[in-house]
Each structure stands twice: as structure tokens, then as C-alpha cells.
Ligand binder design. Structure first.
Ligand code: TYC
Length: 117
């Protein structure tokens, strides 16, 4: 917006609260909240965990549809590793632990890890 031409330089609103001081207010150039670092959660292949257990795990902890979960599982099966999702540090860490605990409870060696995005 253009400055109001009826006001003198020192009386415009950019130094509101300091009438006539002509000091002005510092303009924020950076967002107040920094963007948090993001982490990929990775699923690792192994020779023993049943495919349907991996699909169930992806649906349960990563809210994937059966179609997406099957796609990710097959990618991991064929390539060795695949991305389950990208999260802030604490969310990623929680998901890794949930997957590892769930696999251990069912005596499957399925492993999951995280890395900075
Ligand atoms: N390779 C496993 C099998 O043939 C299936 C599998 C897929 C295991 C993905 C782990 O992250 C995984 N039964």
C-alpha cells in the first residue's frame, strides 16, 4: 500500500507509539517460526517377514491404503529399502519404534530406520 500523503514522514504509522520520533519499526524479514527438520522413515527388506505383515504394518502406522501399502512393500522387497513417510524428528522416531515393537511382538525380523531428509 502507498504511504498516506497527508501525514508527515515522522507521523506515519511505521513508528506508531512513538509520535513524531521518526524512528520507524523494524520490519520482520524472516518467519517467526523456523521450519522443523524432516526425517524419512525407511523400511528395510529381509527374507523372513511375511509380505502381508509388512502391508498391515504400513496400513496401521502410516495410514496407507492397501494399494499404497502393497506398492511400498513390493518396492522394499525388490529394492531393499523404501520410504514409508517423512515426519518431524519425534514423530519419525515414534513410528520407527512402533514398527520395531510390532514386528518383535509377532517374532518377525522386520526393521525400520530414519534418516534426515
Ligand atoms: N522379503 C520378504 C518376503 O519375501 C517381504 C518383505 C517385504 C519383508 C518388505 C520386509 O520390508 C519388507 N517374505
Amino acid at each position: 500500500m502507498l504511504p498516506n500523503p497527508r501525514l508527515s514522514d515522522s507521523d506515519r504509522d511505521d513508528d506508531a507509539g512513538t509520535p513524531g520520533a521518526g524512528i520507524g519499526v523494524a520490519t520482520r524479514t524472516k518467519p517467526k517460526t523456523a521450519k522443523p527438520a524432516l526425517y524419512k522413515v525407511l523400511m528395510l527388506n529381509d527374507d523372513y517377514t511375511p509380505m502381508e505383515f509388512v502391508v498391515l504394518t504400513l496400513q496401521r502406522f502410516f495410514k496407507m491404503s492397501i494399494e499404497d501399502a502393497t506398492r511400498v512393500m513390493l518396492h522394499v522387497h525388490q529394492r531393499g529399502v523404501g520410504v514409508c513417510g517423512i515426519f518431524t524428528y519425534e514423530v519419525a522416531e515414534t513410528k520407527v519404534n512402533q514398527v520395531i515393537d510390532f514386528a518383535r511382538q509377532h517374532q518377525h525380523p522386520l526393521q525400520c530406520t530414519m534418516e534426515k531428509d
